[in-house]
Design a protein around this ligand. Structure first.
Ligand code: OOG
Ligand code: MG
Length: 264
């Protein structure tokens, strides 16, 4: 396995940042450099986020990725990962999303959490409701900076901030409301037709497990999860490509819905 120099790490972070701004696809680094470590890939991700912070963006939370079998199989990668969410990635519920300046965007249904306190130690599943003000339904818009949105290794996708582009938060319940989360139905709807559906248990056996897994990953990196963080649990179904004039919607049984309209 190649150990990347700090110059290479900075260069990759800059290439991904420029690719996002210019909507140009890159060769995955593992194709040109060979295998590199997860540790190096999170360093690239962090430098990429530092570039966004230098542009005036603010961190608002995290996204978990590859937390369901459907997503793992779609991407051919089988380990949960995380990425960082910033304020400029958020778009309003029911608003327009332009395809201009994107590479090959997709959307997928998500469950989100908003934390009500800093979390600095391991979290048990049953403690999740008490540390969340809101648990709701979201749509994530993904856009990989790599060729054809495919053929990448796990470090490549981590370096690319887990293919994040934008996200939309929709209806929610308060953390204290009791719902049968593993048996809740999640649907992805395109132009009023259900195109993907799954149960909450598709996400690591229980959607709350995703928040626990994020906390574990952050703690092992010496970080904590701040109060007020938005966390996306990872999609329970595969993602679909966006097309001009499409209405994309996600529905979470007993919770509500979220949508956006695609402009060409
Ligand atoms: C990686 C991001 C995965 C999810 O919800 O599983 C993700 C990708 O699909 O390119 O966001
Ligand atoms: Mg996702």
């Amino acid at each position: 396995m190649t150990k990347l120099s700090s110059e290479k790490i900075a260069q990759f972070a800059q290439s991904l940042h420029s690719a996002r701004h210019s909507s140009k696809e890159l060769e995955p680094f593992s194709k040109t450099e060979g295998e590199y470590s997860l540790e190096d890939s999170y360093k690239i991700q962090k430098l990429g986020i530092d570039l966004r912070l230098a542009d005036g963006e603010k961190i608002v939370g995290y996204k978990m990725g590859l937390t369901s079998k459907a997503k793992m199989d779609q991407m051919g990668l089988h380990t949960p990962i995380y990425g960082v969410l910033t304020d400029t990635m958020q778009i309003k519920n029911t608003s327009e999303f332009s395809l201009q300046e994107r590479i090959h965007p997709k959307t997928e249904p998500e469950i989100y959490f908003i934390t009500n306190q800093e979390i600095s130690s391991r979290l048990a599943l049953e403690d999740v409701p008490s540390v969340c003000d809101k648990i709701g339904v979201a749509l994530e818009i993904l856009d990989s900076r790599y060729m054809g949105f495919k053929y990448f290794s796990l470090p490549d996708v981590i370096a690319d901030n887990a293919s994040s582009s934008h996200f939309v938060l929709g209806d929610f319940v308060t953390g204290t409301e009791r719902l049968d989360w593993p048996n809740i139905q999640i649907e992805l709807i395109s132009d009023e037709k259900t195109v993907e559906a799954a149960l909450g248990s598709a996400i690591l056996g229980h959607p709350f497990q995703s928040l626990c897994a994020l906390v574990d990953l952050l703690i092992s990196d010496g970080k904590t999860l701040p109060a007020g963080s938005i966390v996306l649990a990872g999609a329970a179904t595969t993602a679909i490509e966006l097309k001009a004039e499409q209405w994309a919607e996600a529905r979470l049984q007993g919770v509500g819905s979220v949508s956006f309209h695609v402009k060409g």
